[in-house]
Design a protein around this ligand. Structure first.
Ligand code: ADP
Ligand code: ZN
Length: 745
């Protein structure tokens, strides 16, 4: 039963029978509400459309779930239908309902997360624009003028092209178009404009290498499933440089051929310009074929892309995690590239994992799902043994290129003059002399991780978050990496009045300086969140690396992300163990992945690569296995450890995080929640409450309760109780439910 929206008005009281719509209001409500569909909207209101409805004394945005005749007495009427055609198809609505149930999150909030910004609010003013579309008429007649011929040939290669697409390639084409149309060589139609920023960008040349034997085997397995139309999940485990992208491209081509669409998830669009470029190059003949859901799109561009996807015009959709909600009518393949990446997990609100949802969506749609990585997550790797996921290894690099040789530089007991060990510095010098490129990873931004008073030992902490402030030398600032608090560094220690305040440790900014001193002639660039915050800055760096305009690229984990720079022959890692000390059972998994990924940037071209890893823990299995490229040994050891402790993939976790401004209130609230859950006496182990590792964040105190169970069913049952408990908490406390948490900071 769907409860009625309260407070009927006089106009609707008279109607006993009528059309009733179940509407999911985009608000934290647990159930859909019923509204009367007034006669003038009866023809328009259909499932999947956005509507404006009254909610209490205000108006709200909702999405119609279903429409049926019913008892309309006391129902309030909906006010307006906002879309001309459904934005969400029935399959997608069903998928979103499953998401809400799995993550124990209100359906209205799930919809708000799924809809692109600009469509999820009433204030959104995005409208539909009109545009002209041109198409060459069949035949091969040629006009006289050279420019006319050029334009016509271009159009013939592309099918239908909107005016904006033509003007991006041919400045001021209007007279040419008019003349071509007069000769009957073109047809013109008026259609909806699709604002697409990628039209203006040049498309790279398509390279179609012959598949390697590994690629052929993987493709045979994938293509064998295309016709079946049932759920077939695969893990494409390809070492770095083994050509995973080519496998995606060919599998996708086969799915398009079968009349279905493709969804491609990438960790972060802005950081993967090369991958997006290869997709556009391969599928450029259909100008609207590839839709890129970029976080930099304007609301209008996003709205247009969404509608084009919903109509099935965009055959390939590429986007970051939220693209898992894109409204493809019939996705036949879902690719999750770099499936091990943490950015697939949303850290707040609906805390979903896009890779897990890709599997769920693939299951509901009867689609191929391809998870690709050189360092698969333990969870996905284990699924190939336990849960019927196919395993497709690409064990060798393309063209028989060797994996790089890795050398561990043991730092224990050594004192370095700076951040670079002499071995690595010498190797950099050699590389410069040979005019080959180098990449250095240091997973720490800024000049120094903290400032220290030499006299009393004081450091400087963020007033909102219990962590030290990072020192930036270039603009003389102390900054918090969590809340963006910033201040000028004090001249004098506020504690003891001392004047000897000095930066301690090394971040990327300082490493860049050290390199500039050591190699004055080298062209050095830095890639981290600070240097790439401006739009296009990251792409610019990637382009400069490709062109060989940079000798040494320094950066945080960003430099490890999937780049294909054939000129890089040396990779250095400074401080490989920093991540191992994290209070998190996945610390080793992350470190192994990061080291393997960054090492994989070396030797992808004709010259072989070398890697130097500076470490204090050379025998730790995450470091030692990465150095040997021995992922199987790493997985076996790590799986044994997880099994012993009942951690994923052998057990399931839910993290409950309570937060609020007043520490005492938060602790009391958490104690009450834990007590209530313990009283339920289920098979779930309840750990805590305990302070979160980040105990204070953005001015809020945070306490967590960890739920752990061998099976999912009792966990979900207990979470039902959490919803009841939540209602008893004071309003000043926030209780977040994190199903399958990725980190517990
Ligand atoms: P991965 O993602 O597995 O690290 P990529 O997909 O980036 O690798 O491919 C690495 C490089 O190898 C790319 O430049 C790609 O064009 C090239 N490549 C892919 N497949 C082949 C092949 N069969 N033969 C030759 N080169 C290939
Ligand atoms: Zn802070």
């Amino acid at each position: 039963m769907i409860p009625a929206a309260k407070g009927a008005d006089a106009a609707s009281l008279g109607a006993l029978e009528g059309l009733v719509a179940a509407v999911v209001v985009l608000a934290p409500l647990e159930r859909p509400l019923s509204y009367l569909v007034p006669a003038n909207l009866a023809a328009q209101a259909r499932p999947g459309m956005r509507v404006r409805v009254p909610l209490g004394r205000r108006q709200a945005l909702g999405v119609v779930l279903q429409v049926a005749p019913g008892a309309a007495r006391e129902l309030r009427p909906m006010l307006a239908v906002l879309d001309a055609e459904p934005l969400l198809n029935p399959d997608l609505l069903a998928f979103l309902q499953r998401c809400a149930a799995y993550y124990h999150h209100p359906l209205g909030e799930v919809l708000r997360t799924a809809l692109p910004a600009g469509l999820a609010g009433l204030e959104a003013g995005v409208g539909i624009l009109a545009e002209r579309y041109y198409r060459a008429t069949p035949g091969d007649a040629m006009p006289r003028g050279a420019r006319q011929r050029e334009l016509l040939t271009w159009l013939r290669a592309r099918g239908e092209v909107p005016l904006s697409g033509i003007t991006a390639a041919f400045p001021a084409p209007y007279a040419l178009l008019k003349r071509l149309a007069e000769q009957g060589l073109l047809s013109v139609r008026e259609g909806e404009k699709r604002r697409d920023p990628f039209f203006a960008q040049p498309v790279a040349e398509d390279v179609r290498p012959d598949p390697t034997p590994d690629q052929q085997r993987a493709l045979a397995a994938l293509l064998g499933q295309v016709a079946a139309r049932h759920f077939s999940p695969f893990l494409l485990h390809g070492v770095t440089g083994s050509g995973k992208t080519e496998v995606y491209l060919r599998a996708i081509a086969a799915v398009l051929e079968a009349g279905r669409q493709a969804l491609v998830l990438v960790p972060e669009i802005a950081l993967t310009p090369q991958l997006v470029g290869r997709f556009r190059a391969r599928f450029q003949h259909s100008p609207h074929g590839v839709a890129v859901l970029h976080s930099g799109l304007s609301d209008g561009e996003r709205y247009d892309a969404w509608r084009a996807i919903a109509r099935g015009e965009a055959q390939i959709v590429i986007g970051a995690r939220s693209a898992v909600f894109a409204p493809l009518p019939d996705p036949g393949i879902i690719v999750v590239d770099e499936e091990h990446e943490g950015s697939y997990k949303q850290g707040e609100g609906l805390r979903y994992h896009a890779r897990d949802l890709a599997l769920l969506r693939g299951q509901m749609a009867g689609a191929l799902v391809v998870l690709g990585s050189a360092t698969p997550s333990l969870t996905s790797f284990y699924r190939t043994r336990s849960a019927g996921m196919g395993y497709l290894p690409l064990a060798a690099r393309v063209l028989d290129r060797p994996l790089p040789e890795v050398r561990l530089v043991d730092l224990s007991g050594r004192r370095l003059d700076g951040a670079l060990a002499p071995e690595l510095r010498d190797a950099l010098g050699e590389n410069l002399a040979r005019r080959e490129q180098s990449v250095l990873l240091l997973n720490r931004r800024g000049f120094a991780p903290y400032l220290l008073c030499r006299e009393c030992g004081a450091t400087f902490r963020c007033p909102n978050c219990e962590i030290t402030l990072t020192y930036y030398q270039a603009n003389r600032r102390l900054r918090c990496h969590y809340c963006d608090f910033a201040q000028r560094p004090p001249e004098q220690c506020p504690g003891c009045g001392g004047r000897q305040i000095e930066p301690e440790g090394t971040g990327t900014e300082r490493l860049e300086e050290e390199l500039a001193t050591a190699f004055p002639a080298a062209r050095i660039a830095r890639m981290d969140r600070d240097t790439t915050s401006r739009k296009g800055a990251h792409q610019h760096l990637v382009g400069a690396m490709e062109q060989g305009e940079i000798d040494i690229l320094v950066g945080t984990q960003m430099v490890a992300k999937g780049h294909d720079f054939p000129g890089v022959t040396l990779v250095g890692v400074i401080g490989a163990d920093a991540g191992l000390n994290f209070p998190d059972f996945r610390a080793a998994e992350r470190t192994f992945a990061l080291l393997t990924q960054v090492a994989g940037r070396a030797g992808r071209g004709a010259q072989p690569g070398r890697v130097f890893i500076q470490t204090y823990a050379p025998t730790h299995h995450a470091v030692a296995c990465a150095a040997r490229h021995d992922y199987l040994a790493f997985y076996e050891e790590e799986l044994a450890f997880r099994r012993e402790l009942g951690y994923p993939p052998f057990g399931h976790l839910v993290n409950l995080v309570l937060s609020g401004a007043q520490p005492l209130r938060v602790e009391q609230g958490a104690a009450a929640v834990a007590e209530e859950l313990r009283r339920a006496e289920s098979a779930v182990e309840i750990l805590g409450p305990a302070p979160c590792p980040l105990f204070r964040l953005r001015g809020k105190t945070r306490v967590q309760i960890l739920l752990k169970a061998a099976a999912r069913a009792p966990l979900h049952q207990l979470l039902g109780l959490v919803q009841t408990v939540r209602r008893k908490l004071p309003r000043t406390l926030n209780l977040a439910v994190d199903v399958d948490p990725l980190d517990m900071l």
